[in-house]
Ligand binder design. Sequence first.
Ligand code: NAP
Ligand code: COA
Length: 274
Amino acid sequence: MLTLDFTGSTVLVVGGTSGINRGIAEAFAKHGAKVAVASRNPQKVAATVAALQELGAQATGFSADVRDYDSVVAGVNQVVAEFGPIDILISGAAGNFPAMADKMSPNGFKSVVEIDLLGTYHVVRAVYPHLRRPGASIINISAPQAVVGMVGQAHVCAAKAGVDMITRTLALEWGVEGIRVNSIIPGPIDGTEGMRRLAPTPEIHDACRKSVPLKRMGVPEDIANACLFLSSPLASYIHGVILPVDGGWVLGGYAAVASAMEPLLRVMPARDKN
Ligand code: NAP
Ligand code: COA
């Protein structure tokens, strides 16, 4: 039987205090790693650290907004002081809300781009000096919006496409040092904040489930298992890829969801005051 053992490895999961990323943090904790998590809300950080310790892991965390580079640097330094060099970085902090491009405010667009895209750069930039090389693995959590245009998602489409280009560029720049860099594109993952926002009614949720070629929504464990594999020696020659983990959804599932979601979006009132 295949077992993945991360004993002795340090993993940092940014945005690791809820949803998919918390599932990733828990999976690494169950497989022996020392795990650090980070997000804005200190209560969410403390609760997640306690839960990871309950799983038997050494765990720590820090509170930072990924839009603020200095606070990301300070948090990363704290993790390194406690746990030593970082072997695995999962960068997954993100924000999203559905709104048509002409109805969101410029600040709404900017907020999402600053969290998802600028935040990803801040995180990889702050962690880079502390990665254990050779052998380190970076995984950026992307989204289907990076590869298909979606109604009501101009901000996220722009930001996540940028995230994947950061992945490809860093693969070229940092591969020589033995640092592997990849993206994972989760499909629709049930019970998450992302799905609560993007499939807000039972009808849209059902349309989404049916639109997955495997005929089920994903669960956080699906993404966590892919992260375990991609960070392990089994994936030592996988570098610079953008990996969908989505039951095949990116092959065309979006069209079905769009036809359910679009009427709702078109009548949604504008937030843009201008
Ligand atoms: P979630 O539970 O809302 O997780 C987002 C995490 O990021 C939270 O820990 C949040 O904690 C943190 N965060 C948000 N803004 C931040 C900021 N400015 N600075 C630092 N941390 C911040 O969402 P999710 O639905 O599980 O999504 C997780 C990831 O998967 C995202 O990258 C998302 O784009 C991607 N994804 C999700 C789906 C899906 O079906 N849900 C599909 C495709 C891709 P705080 O509030 O404490 O900051
Ligand atoms: N529809 C339209 N515009 C919205 C909006 C919505 N549902 N929610 C926020 N905005 C706009 C605000 O009006 C504001 O613009 P304005 O100043 O021109 O009015 C701008 O976005 C920033 O909002 P604010 O609440 O100040 O941002 P924030 O930095 O505190 O939060 C968000 C960022 C908006 C992305 C927030 O939803 C968030 O923190 N999300 C994290 C969780 C999440 O999205 N999880 C799913 C991940 S896939």
